[in-house]
Design a protein around this ligand. Structure first.
Ligand code: NAD
Ligand code: ZN
Length: 371
């Protein structure tokens, strides 16, 4: 308690995502009245500042510099709190800026998207894009606290919700068979955004992420392995190739289907489990056959294979790709065969032709699972 300086009157500054400010009218007023009600303990140094929501906020140094200037102007010290309310992008920009001033102020995150509550918000990383490269600059800076308030999620579009669901599948497939069963038996509930099911999804995802950070022995990613990046070697590539027409979650859904087909061909997961994953993703509305998958380079090779080279570079020269080994368990490989990826792509093409049957089968299995 003494270490944290609980006896002093602390100061705080709050940054709010523009979409959250717009869709939750009165939020800024309520933030101010919260601080007024606790004015004996903490002082809000200025009215909440609204930052542009989404990727533009972390596209370069502009907004992070504004945040740094606001912090320095007051000036806030290492006992002060910098509060970020928003999606993963706003939290990344606020966290990055706050981690640089005096080597790190206390950051409190209030994630407001499904992905941020389940994933980005509970992590230890911050980052901004630089020179056209995603998250090239960033810091490891664990937050002081994270507050997940599910009420924020009501204003998300279905597409933004689905991004969170895709990441939930990702973590379930490699870390938790019970969570995977939970997701696949509630496909219809997920589609109609049943609040109780969504609450469980966020809670379980956040807990799995925290468990990974606490127990992996490599919270600050000193090693080469990136175990939570299952399906991301192709997802990042597909997302960029589509010039962000596809959202991150949509690309992750394709990446998971592709890697599950590859894994089933190698006997790492059963054909039935692979089919369950693909059926579930299609039933949730993901298109597993975007045009990027069939694009080829001049030499005739699949363009998505470039994702493996990018991944290798990102990991410092050696390839580490996480695959499921049975649902709920994972392992790593250091090579991915292009011919195997080609066959997996063909498998997705075949599946896309039978899409309607696949959806009916997934929903009826999901109902049977609950019965
Ligand atoms: N630091 C990490 O560990 C980590 C982990 C995963 C992802 N990320 C980063 O997170 C970012 C993606 O985060 P995201 O998926 O939360 O998307 P996002 O932050 O880009 O937000 C998506 C959109 O939703 C809006 N929004 C936010 N909250 C809303 C609400 N409650 N209602 C309606 N609209 C709302 C935003 O303004 C934005 O337009 C990426 O930049 C990614 O690199 C960081
Ligand atoms: Zn992701």
């Amino acid at each position: 308690m003494i270490r944290l300086g609980e006896k002093r009157r602390q100061r705080a500054i709050v940054f709010v995502d523009s979409a959250v400010a717009r869709m939750h009218p009165g939020l800024e007023r309520r933030i101010q009245s919260y601080f007024r009600a606790h004015s004996d303990r903490i002082r809000l140094v200025e009215a909440p500042r609204v930052l542009p929501g989404g990727e533009p906020v972390k596209q370069d140094f502009r907004v992070p510099l504004q945040i740094i200037r606001a912090i320095v102007r007051h000036p806030l010290c290492r006992h002060s709190y910098v509060v970020g309310v928003g999606g993963g992008a706003v939290l990344d920009a606020v966290g990055f800026a706050a981690s640089l001033v005096h080597r790190g102020l206390r950051v409190i995150r209030l994630p407001t998207t499904a992905l941020a509550q389940a994933d980005a918000g509970v992590g230890v990383k911050t980052g901004i894009n630089f020179d056209g490269r995603k998250n090239l600059l960033g810091t490891f800076a664990p937050p002081f606290a994270v507050l997940n308030d599910l009420d924020f999620l009501e204003t998300l579009s279905d597409r933004e919700w689905n991004d969170g669901i895709a990441e939930a599948f990702k973590v379930a497939i490699i870390r938790s068979a019970p969570f995977f069963r939970f997701l696949t038996t509630h496909l219809a509930d997920l589609r109609r955004r049943d609040p109780l099911i969504l609450e469980q999804l966020v809670r379980r995802c956040a807990a799995l992420h925290l468990a990974h950070i606490r127990r992996s022995g490599d919270a600050f990613e000193m090693g080469s392995a990136r175990p939570l990046d299952f399906a991301h070697w192709s997802a990042h590539k597909i997302e960029v190739m589509s010039r962000h027409r596809l959202s991150h979650g949509e690309a992750v859904a394709c990446g998971m289907a592709l890697d599950c087909l590859y894994a089933s061909e190698h006997g790492w997961i059963s054909r039935e489990d692979c089919a369950t994953v693909c059926r579930a993703l299609i039933a949730l509305g993901f298109n597993l056959w975007p045009s990027e998958l069939r694009r080829r380079k001049r030499d005739g090779s699949l363009a998505i294979l470039g994702g493996l080279a990018d991944f290798r570079e990102h990991l410092g020269g050696e390839l580490h790709v996480t695959f499921p080994r049975g649902i709920g368990r994972k392992f790593e490989v250091n090579a991915v065969e292009p011919s195997g990826v080609g066959r997996a792509v063909k498998g997705l093409w075949r599946m896309s032709r039978k899409k309607a049957q696949v959806i009916v089968a997934a929903i009826s299995r999901s109902r049977m699972g609950r019965a």
